[in-house]
Design a protein around this ligand. Structure first.
Ligand code: HEC
Ligand code: HEC
Length: 220
């Protein structure tokens, strides 16, 4: 019982302090992967960014201690500013070290999660993301926009965009944002101010445009 109260109060304090990140307040592997922004740069399974390598299979080739060292101090493995080839893709080493920001117990949990991932995944049916979300990542919308806590903050959060905007409004915004916003001028959306810089995605195919827009329209 004591233990429960302790855990409950820790959880409560934690949730209280990170209420803005409420959805990721769990201290499990997947929760930590989001909480410490690993997911902004790395894909694991079907979800995540592409700044760094996909980590879905890292557990097959790398030891637990190698993964821990990578989280604490990437400089032990990669030289800053030097090109690194990982699985045929080139990265300029730029992973930040998390020695000062992630407590040791969380580093252990994260490393164990990454290490176990390929083996767990073999036994789990991972849902495929909707096609629109896949394009949203490929076309790099995700670099500037967040959906459900994943992505950049240069542009507005799109988690509920379908509530207020029509399908055709969204399509227009993607191919020709200047119809809605004046380039280079600050604009306020949902109480936050953004500099209008969204690029025109003129060369996107009609079917891809429609797939992304329908996906965004479905976000209520
Ligand atoms: C700002 C982007 C960024 C963030 C945030 C980030 N990483 Fe990385 N990560 C990279 C890049 C780029 C590389 C490639 C090598 C390097 O730069 O160190 C990498 C490499 C790795 C590797 C080695 C992959 C391989 O195939 O060799 C692991 C494991 C890893 N990161 C785990 C994590 C974890 C866990 C977190 C969160 C605590 C995290 N990373 C946060 C960008 C990032
Ligand atoms: C370089 C950053 C950047 C990229 C890349 C980007 N956007 Fe944007 N987006 C913005 C900014 C900033 C705004 C605010 C208005 C503007 O700049 O036109 C915006 C506005 C929007 C809006 C309107 C939001 C609202 O609440 O009114 C939608 C929808 C949108 N973007 C979708 C997309 C999609 C889909 C993609 C990928 C095909 C994309 N954006 C790529 C920065 C970006």
């Amino acid at each position: 019982m004591k233990k429960f109260i302790f855990i409950a109060s820790v959880c409560f304090t934690f949730i209280f302090f990170v209420s803005s990140n409420f959805a990721f307040a769990s201290a499990s592997g997947p929760g930590l992967f989001k909480k410490y922004y690993c997911i902004d740069c790395h894909t694991l399974g079907h979800e995540g960014g592409t700044v760094g390598p996909d980590l879905s299979n890292v557990g097959r080739t790398k030891s637990l201690s190698w993964i821990k060292a990578q989280i604490l101090n990437p400089a032990t493995h990669f030289i800053l500013g030097k090109k690194t080839d990982i699985d045929g893709k080139v990265y300029f080493a730029r992973m930040p070290g998390f020695k000062k920001t992630i407590p040791p117990s969380a580093v252990d949990k994260l490393a164990e999660y990454i290490k176990s991932f390929p083996y767990q995944r073999a036994n789990l049916a991972y849902p495929k993301p909707p096609a629109g979300l896949a394009f949203f990542r490929e076309d790099n919308c995700i670099a500037c926009h967040r959906i459900d806590g994943v992505g950049g903050k240069v542009g507005p959060d799109l988690s509920h965009i379908g509530k207020t905007k029509s399908l055709s409004w969204i399509e227009t915004q993607i191919v020709d944002p200047k119809v809605h916003f004046t380039y280079g001028v600050p604009t306020t959306i949902n109480g936050k101010t953004y500099l209008v810089i969204m690029p025109e995605f003129k060369h996107i195919s009609a079917s891809q445009l429609n797939t992304i827009a329908r996906y965004l329209k479905s976000l209520k």
